[in-house]
Each structure stands twice: as structure tokens, then as C-alpha cells.
Write a protein that binds this ligand. Structure first.
Ligand SMILES: Cc1ncc(COP(=O)(O)O)c(C=O)c1O
Length: 402
């Protein structure tokens, strides 16, 4: 048989996808599985963005676009950064890609050499470690603390830096914890990073518009303008504009990094879908991110789920300031037995138990590098969320001491 690439050997098979396939299989068998594990809200794309795409099709905008995106979209991205983040970027400082994921891939591929380290605060978005490995790098995990709202602190960052460190990635609001870095926290990280001019900094702001309780979203490039030249700000339409399927992400950085990212992009996808780009132009220019009403709905869901979990024996969780995830501590349930006699050794066992017995799909914390926890996404309808949380509560109550 012909052989496969060795680079795949370093990739850990995504346990997330195994659980999701089991949930899908159960649904196929007619079971009523509640999926609290998807990374997108149940809101629809704004009608104006849809119309812009339809108009683009009718106007014949169906051909290849320039590699870094159509000029109108690059301008809209610059305007968005000016309006929302008080950041000035020129067109040559921005790139549009096929999702935020591709912006990250382009950047790592353009900068990592074999063995370079990428500092990832844990828990991290499950997509980071493997993209680092695919690009030849090694993830360097730094655990954060639930009691400290999962915020990477300057001391922990400084301790994680080695002479192989090439990037540090900060994701705020965070997937999977919903933690938000506010200005003082970003300032203290900037203080550390100033001493390491050879380290790139990526801020993944893709959940920018999903913040609650009067929290003001802030991004590192505006907090520490002196570091702007080595910051890549990643953002996109997926998560805050209900446009996950359109596949439009974007990044802003110094023109040289962007030029190299375009070179990488030219070897994979070329530009993102021209039609989606026109939808994104409308979404950005008209500021079609979630409106106050939608944020209120998400906040209500967050509060509902937080209160159910904090009333559940063996569970506890923080009330996050952003995104649409809860990271629920399930430490007290480990060692307990299901009615069928299976002992819960890990958060993976527990997620499987919830799926098989309560018919609720959640993601185990092991997928995000900090256990024992599970992640709940509340991007589903409020009644469905309530039912899912209540089923989890009942399943927890059915666990007995060994
Ligand atoms: C933190 C984070 N960054 C990036 C992405 C990728 O976004 P996109 O769908 O635009 O590729 C995701 C998607 O789950 C995410 O959660």
C-alpha cells in the first residue's frame, strides 16, 4: 500500500468528533438527543447579509476573487477595526480567509519552523493544538485556574516562555470557558511580552460581540499599541454574526506577515467564496453582529444553565462574561457509579454517560486540555437548553457512591 504522511501521526484523534458521531448515530436511530455541544447559536444569518449574497449572485459576482479578498471586504474589515476597536489598519494589513480557522492556519504555516513552541492557555479551543502540530510546531500548554476565571496571568505566561517560544495565543471571549480578558489583564500580559520581541502574539477575538453584564470588549492591539507590529488580531463573521456556514474570517497584522499569509492562502484555497465575501461586506458595514435582544436571550440562557448546574449535586460552574459556553466542574462526580454499575473515572466517561443515559451531548473537558470538566454550549433554544440541563441534573442524581 502507498504510505500516508508522517505529519498526521502527531495529531490526536479528536474525541469530540467520536462523541459527535455517537450522538448523530443515536439521532439516526430516532433518539431525541439534545446537543449542547455545537459551537454556533441557533440564530439565523441577518436577512440583509443574505440579500447581499443573493444580489451578488444576480450581479455575476461568482468568479475568483483577489487572493486576500475583494477590495470592498478588505475596506470593510479596516472600517470594522476602526469603529469597534479604535485600530487603524490599511488594506495591506488585512486578509479575508475561509473562516477564522484559516487565518490561524495561514499565520502559523507562515511563521513556524519545526519544533517552535506556541503557548496556549488551557483550557483552549480544541482547534489550536492540532493546527500548531500540522504546521510543525509544538503546543506549550499553560493551565489556568477556575477560581481565577481561567485567565492567563503574567507570572504563568513568563514561566511558560522558552527560547523556542514563537507565538502566544489569547482567546477572549474564550471557547470553552466564556472568560473575557479585560483591559488590566491584557495590560499585564503586554508588560511581560514587551520583554520578548521575538514572540508573535495572536488574539482570537472571534466572539468579540458576545459579552454580557456591561463588560467592554477590549483587544490587545488597542491596549498595547507598541506591540501592534507583532500582533495578529483574528476575527470573523462566524460566531458573532450567525454566519458560521458562510466561512468568512479575517485577520489584521503588519503588512509583511499578511503578505506571507496570502502566499500560504494562495496554495490552499485562494480567496474565500466571492458570494460569502459580499455577504460579509454587508454584515460588517451595517454592523449586523448580534443585537441587544439576541445578547439578552443568550444572557438569560447563561443564567438559567448556571443556576441549574449550581443546584446540581456534584457540579459547579462560573458565570462567564462572554461567548456561549459554560465550563462545568464535575470533580465530585468522579469515582461514582452509574445505575448500570459503570464507574465514572474521567470527564470523558461522564460525557458518554450523559449521552447514553440522559441523551444530552456535551463535550468533555479533556478535549480542551483541562479536566475534570465538561463544556456546555447554550446556543440552542431556551426550552431545549432547560430540558438538557434538567436531564443532566437527573443523571447526576442517579450516580451513586461506589
Ligand atoms: C475560539 C475559536 N476560534 C476560531 C474558530 C474558527 O472559526 P471559523 O468557523 O470562522 O473558522 C472557532 C470555532 O469554533 C473558535 O471557537
Amino acid at each position: 500500500m502507498p504510505e500516508y504522511a508522517t505529519r498526521l501521526e502527531s495529531l490526536i484523534p479528536a474525541e469530540a468528533s467520536q462523541l459527535l458521531s455517537l450522538a448523530k448515530e443515536m439521532q439516526r436511530q430516532g433518539k431525541d438527543v439534545i446537543t449542547l455541544c455545537v459551537g454556533e447559536p441557533d440564530f439565523d444569518t441577518h436577512i440583509e447579509a443574505k440579500l447581499a449574497a443573493k444580489n451578488a449572485i444576480d450581479a455575476g459576482e461568482t468568479k475568483y476573487a483577489p487572493l486576500a479578498g475583494i477590495h470592498e471586504l478588505r475596506l470593510a474589515i479596516c472600517e470594522k477595526f476602526k469603529r469597534d476597536n479604535k485600530l487603524n489598519y490599511a488594506v495591506e494589513n488585512v486578509i479575508a480567509s475561509t473562516g477564522g480557522k484559516q487565518v490561524i492556519f495561514n499565520a502559523l504555516m507562515a511563521t513556524l519552523n519545526q519544533g517552535d513552541e506556541v503557548i496556549l492557555p488551557a483550557p483552549y479551543w480544541a482547534g489550536y493544538p492540532d493546527v500548531v502540530r500540522v504546521c510543525g510546531g509544538e503546543p506549550a500548554f499553560v493551565e489556568t485556574d477556575e477560581a481565577d476565571d481561567y485567565i492567563l496571568r503574567p507570572r504563568a505566561l513568563a514561566d511558560a516562555i522558552t527560547d523556542r517560544s514563537k507565538w502566544v495565543i489569547i482567546n477572549s471571549p474564550s471557547n470553552p470557558t466564556g472568560a473575557v480578558y479585560e483591559r488590566p489583564e491584557l495590560e499585564s500580559l503586554a508588560d511581560v511580552l514587551r520583554d520578548y520581541p521575538d514572540i508573535w502574539i495572536m488574539t482570537d477575538d472571534i466572539y468579540e460581540h458576545v459579552v454580557f453584564d456591561d463588560v467592554e470588549f477590549t483587544t490587545l492591539a488597542s491596549v498595547a499599541p507598541d506591540l501592534k507590529n507583532r500582533i495578529l488580531t483574528v476575527n470573523g463573521c462566524s460566531k458573532s454574526y450567525a454566519m458560521t456556514g458562510w466561512r468568512i474570517g479575517f485577520g489584521a497584522a503588519n503588512a509583511e506577515l499578511i503578505r506571507r499569509m496570502i502566499t500560504i492562502q494562495s496554495q490552499i484555497t485562494l480567496a474565500p467564496s466571492t458570494i460569502s465575501q459580499w455577504a460579509a461586506v454587508k454584515a460588517l458595514n451595517d454592523n449586523l453582529a448580534f443585537n441587544d435582544e439576541q445578547i439578552d436571550i443568550l444572557r438569560t440562557r447563561r443564567d438559567l444553565a448556571v443556576s441549574i448546574f449550581n443546584e446540581t449535586t456534584g457540579l459547579r460552574c462560573n458565570r462567564p462574561k462572554g461567548a456561549y459556553y459554560l465550563y462545568v466542574n464535575c470533580e465530585e462526580l468522579l469515582g461514582k457509579k452509574t445505575p448500570a454499575g459503570t464507574v465514572m473515572e474521567t470527564d470523558r466517561d461522564l460525557a458518554r454517560y450523559f449521552l447514553e443515559e440522559a441523551e444530552v451531548a456535551v463535550m468533555p473537558g479533556s478535549a480542551y486540555g483541562l479536566s475534570p470538566y465538561f463544556r456546555v454550549s447554550y446556543g440552542v433554544s431556551t426550552p431545549e437548553l432547560e430540558e438538557g440541563c434538567m436531564c443532566i441534573k437527573a443523571a447526576c442524581a442517579a450516580l451513586a457512591h461506589r
